[in-house]
Design a protein around this ligand. Structure first.
Ligand SMILES: C[S@@+](CC[C@H](N)C(=O)[O-])C[C@H]1O[C@@H](n2cnc3c(N)ncnc32)[C@H](O)[C@@H]1O
Length: 351
């Protein structure tokens, strides 16, 4: 997946230098707002330092398929990008002995030479392989999916890699296939000096212990965000988790026989979904969870024959989608997952 280098101003970033990288008190480096940033602003649109195609999340494939692709891509990386990559955060869990051995083998199989044209062997080969393995571990620690309809890939991005996680994030990032950039948008107003945060988790409708377990397992750190240090919102998170589970179970009716709580009909499911929307809005969690819930509410309204409600929730979803992704999202048009397509479909059904 070759990176396309385009000028930021063409990509809708509102003014250069809205952010800077600097040290935090307890999370290493982080990204900070240099100006007040209003909700919906595109803060970053960037190309990857390095990207590889057909990536996998399976441990075996990572070493057998992704590692060789990474080593090959690394050979063509300009010196400045190599340096930028080397400065990014590395989760030591990724840097294993097996990985270093595989890297060594990769260079040995190709008879890789040093700057003088001598074939790498012995200590030199070991050191070379060690630094490549560290770079691959950095790649795994920071990579972001760049999947499109045609390709599967992931890359490491200079600014996004500096963004710390929060269970109450103030930005949303996504790969925009239409402009071939990773974009980051403010999902609420951010004050100058405030840290920009994103969510590393698929869903935030989970209680503290669930989030802690997942972050420790997948990322190897203990979250120090506000929601994990001040647990006063936990009763609301618990309720969100229950509602999320009830709605999930509704989609898989067989599990009802296990006696787990589930909405009995669409009326109850709509009530659950609306309660979850209210909680997400109350906590300022304006991300993927809320977008999914607006769609769920729209769907339940449609199933119940409440066309006005279905359209209202679709409009909310579209407004949120634009805040999170911007409007240059041609890749979403004609896609069932795109809010504009869904709204148009409902409007056609209504006429
Ligand atoms: C992708 S990097 C983020 C940038 C990183 N802090 C740096 O210095 O470049 C992810 C790492 O940042 C730290 N981190 C991110 N979010 C955190 C949080 N909520 N609490 C504590 N540490 C966090 C962890 O060390 C994690 O492995």
């Amino acid at each position: 997946m070759p990176p396309v280098r385009l000028c930021d101003s063409e990509m809708g970033v509102q003014g250069p230098g809205l952010v800077e990288v600097r040290a935090t008190s307890s999370m290493g480096n982080g990204l900070f707002a240099t100006h007040d940033i209003s909700r919906g602003t595109r803060v970053i649109a960037e190309v990857p330092i390095l990207a590889i195609s057909n990536v996998s999340s399976l441990e075996q494939d990572i070493l057998e398929r992704d590692l060789p692709a990474f080593c090959a891509a690394l050979q063509h990386l300009p010196q400045a990008d190599l340096q930028n990559l080397g400065h990014l955060h590395c989760n030591g869990l990724h840097n294993t002995t097996e990985m270093r051995q595989k890297v060594r083998q990769w260079y040995r199989d190709r008879g890789t030479t040093d700057a003088n044209g001598d074939i790498l062997k012995g200590k030199k080969l070991q050191d070379f392989a060690k630094s490549t393995a560290k770079r691959f571990a950095i790649f795994l620690s920071n990579r972001v999916e760049m999947s499109t309809n045609e390709t599967d890939g992931s890359g490491v991005f200079p600014l996004h890699s500096r963004m710390n996680h929060s269970c109450i994030p103030n930005t949303h990032s996504a790969y925009n296939a239409s402009i071939q950039r990773l974009t980051t948008h403010a999902i609420r107003d951010i004050q100058a000096g405030e840290q920009l945060t994103t969510s590393y988790l698929e869903t935030l409708c989970q209680v503290f212990q669930q989030r802690k377990r997942m972050i420790e397992r997948d990322w190897g750190f203990v979250c120090g965000c506000h929601a994990c240090t001040d647990l006063s919102d936990e009763p609301l998170r618990r309720r969100m988790s229950e509602l999320g589970q009830r709605l999930l179970l509704r989609r898989f009716p067989l599990t009802v026989t296990l006696g787990l709580p589930v909405a009995r009909d669409d009326h109850e499911a709509l009530r659950d979904a609306e309660e979850l929307v209210a909680l997400l809005e109350h906590l300022g969690l304006e991300g993927m969870d809320l977008r999914r819930m607006y769609r769920a509410c729209s769907n339940y309204n449609l199933d119940l024959g409440f066309m006005q409600g279905a359209v209202q929730y679709a409009q909310k979803e579209l407004e949120l989608e634009r805040c999170m992704l911007g409007t240059d999202t041609a890749h979403l048009q004609g896609e069932m997952g795109g809010a504009e397509f869904w709204l148009q479909l409902l409007q056609r059904l209504n006429n």
